[in-house]
Ligand binder design. Structure first.
Ligand SMILES: [Zn+2]
Length: 205
């Protein structure tokens, strides 16, 4: 199950290509994420190994599971959500028709927390939230507090209690963030790192 350096490299190349495509579609992550991602992979090969050990059910014990944390996953989502909610007035390409003939209609203000743009090709307005899984979510800032829990296999009820929200809210956040991860990274590499909501494997006796 050990990955060779060549396999790892080709996997990184594939991720690189996918993140580029994603960026062109203005769904998410800026190009410098690639550089960062590659740097992280090359300096933390043990994390990659741990990831695959988990995938193949070779984790040592429950104790190590509970302590597992995933700052890369948290950072990846934080950057993506910050970008979606950004007040950057530079018009992105149209989320409906991909046209670059777009312009700023409203800068962010008290009435428009994020900028609104218009597309000349399809003659419709949009924001960076358009078409994302967090588009109609209230209180989006609370998501940032929730992100670090994604890498843990805790029951949803305990997260709900800890964050003083309902279980349904936690489930809704989990589903939206999983959808966002698929949109940002169609390879499924990041979504595979989400452990929240998984049931622990039955223990051998
Ligand atoms: Zn358009």
């Amino acid at each position: 199950m050990t990955k060779t350096a060549a396999e790892l490299q080709s996997e990184l190349d594939r991720l690189d290509a996918e993140i580029r495509i994603t960026r062109e579609q203005e769904v998410g992550g800026p190009l410098d994420q690639i550089t960062e991602l590659m740097a992280q992979w090359s300096i933390s090969l043990d994390q990659v190994a741990r990831h695959f050990r988990h995938r193949f059910g070779m984790e040592a014990s429950d104790t190590s599971l509970r302590r597992t944390d995933d700052p890369e996953l948290t950072a990846f989502l934080t950057r993506a959500i910050r970008q979606i909610l950004s007040d950057d007035p530079a018009p992105p390409s149209c989320p409906r028709c991909s046209s670059d003939n777009t312009w700023l209609v409203y800068r962010s203000s008290s009435s428009y927390p994020i900028p609104t743009f218009c597309c000349d090709a399809c003659n419709r307005t949009f924001t960076r939230l358009h078409g994302t899984s967090i588009q109609n979510l209230k209180n989006k800032e609370k998501l940032f507090e929730f992100l670090p829990y994604l890498a843990h296999q805790h029951p949803l009820d305990s997260i709900a209690a800890e964050m003083h929200v309902t279980r349904a809210t936690v489930l809704s956040w989990l589903r939206r963030l999983r959808a966002l991860l698929w949109a940002l990274d169609p390879s499924g590499h990041y979504v595979a790192r989400v452990r929240l909501g998984q049931k622990p494997a039955p223990r051998e006796r």
